[in-house]
Design a protein around this ligand. Structure first.
Ligand code: HXC
Length: 510
């Protein structure tokens, strides 16, 4: 018996060594942690339950029958993050470059199936040379099975990808279908075709980092939702994110203990809006002052900065925040900001996370650059996402809410539940200057008349009261009491139920 136990321990030690000490050292020398070190940092200490430690591939081509390491290049199982269950797979680059064989894919599929069955998120740590070349179509079939599960799990359990090494070719499409992608600067990349193919086909010279590194994907392409300095920071931030999320779509987000007075008055908000309506201010100040303990988890911080998206808590409960940012492009809506916010709104709606919207939007960005790239369709995404979302929706207009953008940004007409406005709000078809130049075109040569018309327009429309008269704004609130008003609004909506007409699924403009 003792021998058998020792043999088991030996096998385990062998499996834990992955591709061997030399390859582990090489991995660490590149500034990367190993698959197992990453799992240890991601999960609560001692909580990891590993599955399929002794799985080995079945390939017999190219001498592979003599190279059958335990685990087959991916470590899988489940554990907890602050006591809440998550499933995890972590590709082991030290074993055959983390390449995906049929059995490697089967291991991932097994934990994805269990995650869906048992209602817990899947966190995938990607560090792989892609399809195991020696296995040919068996490897591609394995990817296909993973893709299909990504699709089935979408909207059922949160799926989070950490890209911590190579992720190229068709392999990128598994993370691409998950809810959030996080990358590590300088040690990870994602692209459909690498620099060599790019050079051959288009003659462009580009490094892997420039083509598909963390900075590229968080600033330019918006493929990734966050870029971190190193593995340790990335793993810690995913732990923080998981704390905001429900484990599945049938569960409410967790309620955390909070030590922040919900009635907290923020007098400084009364002077947040500058006197001159053309001057910007930082919308993040409002978000931080409303949130429990000023804790804000921003998503896509580096992309389309004219729109802010992320999670806060109110009375310990997760709330998704969408806000125009007047500091960037005056907070205008454009293709990038509409897409960013639409995807975020849909994530919140999938997982029963209420949505808080702060509005200060002068309209849509004009120009051929926008129209040729389809701002009509992309803007419609946000409109559609807000209108179809059945989670509690609370909106606060702080200043401008002009034209179509007023309707889009979670207006009453898109079934927002509670719509507040600060007294500094202006709800109108457009600003006074533009409006006057259109409706009083005949007086354009007479500056005095134009100024008088503009003043008349401002007096009539540069306020929230016309909308409030019609019930489109439920209440004009004091800026300093925003936290309390918003928290109470969400409290009143906790049992919200909406019945929508039966359909297979909608057809959001893609
Ligand atoms: C089998 C692989 C492999 C792969 C790497 N290895 N990728 N084995 N299949 N796809 C092995 C190497 O042979 C090597 O084994 C070990 O992993 C480490 O690789 P190195 O090349 O030494 O590492 P490095 O220099 O860091 O380069 C990493 C790399 C490179 C850039 C990822 O390995 C590479 O280009 N690999 C091939 C990438 C590729 O073309 N994959 C297929 C893409 S198509 P030894 O024993 O020497 O240490 C794809 C389609 C998916 O993935 C489709 C889904 C539908």
């Amino acid at each position: 018996m003792k021998d058998i136990l020792e043999q088991l321990e030996e096998r385990r030690t062998d499996a834990r060594l992955g591709g061997g000490q030399a390859r582990i050292d090489a991995q660490n020398e590149r500034g990367k942690l190993t698959a197992r070190e990453r799992i240890e940092l991601l999960l609560d200490e001692g909580s990891f339950e590993e599955y399929d430690m002794f799985v080995a591939h079945r390939c017999t081509d190219f001498g592979m029958e003599n190279n059958r390491p335990y685990g087959d290049g991916v470590v899988t199982g489940w554990g907890t993050i602050n006591g809440r269950m998550v499933y995890v797979f972590s590709q082991d680059f030290t074993v055959l470059g983390g390449s995906v064989s049929a059995t490697h894919a089967q291991k991932i599929c097994k934990i994805m199936d269990m995650a869906m069955q048992n209602g817990a998120p899947v966190i995938g740590i990607n560090d792989s040379g892609g399809a195991r070349i020696q296995e040919g179509v068996d490897s591609l079939a394995g990817y296909g099975e993973v893709f299909q599960r990504n699709i089935e799990a979408s909207g059922v359990v949160p799926q989070i990808s950490l890209v911590m090494g190579p992720c190229a070719g068709g392999a990128v499409y598994s993370p691409a279908m998950t809810d959030f992608i996080f990358m590590v600067k300088d040690t990870s990349y994602m692209f459909v075709t690498g620099p060599d193919v790019v050079k051959t086909v288009t003659n462009e010279q580009v490094t892997a980092e420039e083509l598909g590194g963390a900075v590229t994907h968080t600033r330019k392409s918006s493929v990734a939702d966050g870029a971190f300095e190193n593995d340790v920071e990335a793993l810690a931030e995913v732990r923080r994110l998981i704390d905001f999320l429900p484990l599945n779509n049938r569960e409410k987000p967790p309620v955390r203990p909070f030590f922040d007075n919900v009635d907290r008055i923020e007098s400084s908000l009364d002077t947040l809006i500058p006197e001159n309506p053309n001057l910007p201010y930082d919308m993040k100040e409002l978000i931080l002052k409303v949130a429990d303990e000023g804790d804000f988890y921003e998503i896509q911080e580096e992309f389309a900065k004219n729109m802010i998206t992320g999670f806060i808590r109110l009375e310990g409960r997760t709330v998704g925040v969408v806000a125009n940012q007047p500091l960037v492009l005056a907070g205008v809506l454009d293709i990038d900001s509409a897409r960013k916010a639409a995807r975020f709104v849909r994530f919140c709606d999938c997982f029963e996370i209420p949505i808080l919207t702060f509005v200060d939007v002068p309209g849509f960005l004009p120009g051929t650059g926008q129209e040729y790239r389809g701002v009509i369709k992309h803007g419609a995404k946000l409109l559609f996402a807000y209108g179809e979302a059945t989670v509690p929706k609370v909106t606060v207009i702080t200043r401008k809410a002009y034209g179509g953008a007023y309707v889009v940004m979670a207006s009453k007409h898109l079934r927002a539940d509670v719509n507040y406005a600060w007294p500094t709000s202006e709800v109108a078809v457009m600003g006074a200057k533009g409006a006057t130049e259109i409706i009083h075109r005949a007086d354009l040569g007479d500056p005095d008349k134009i100024a008088a018309h503009a003043k008349e327009y401002e007096d009539r429309f540069a306020n929230p009261f016309v909308a409030a008269e019609r019930g489109f704004i439920d209440e004009v609130i004091m800026p300093h009491s925003t936290r309390k008003r918003v928290a109470r609004a969400f409290a009143s909506l906790r049992n919200k139920k909406v019945v929508t007409p039966w359909k297979k699924h909608d057809n959001i403009p893609l």
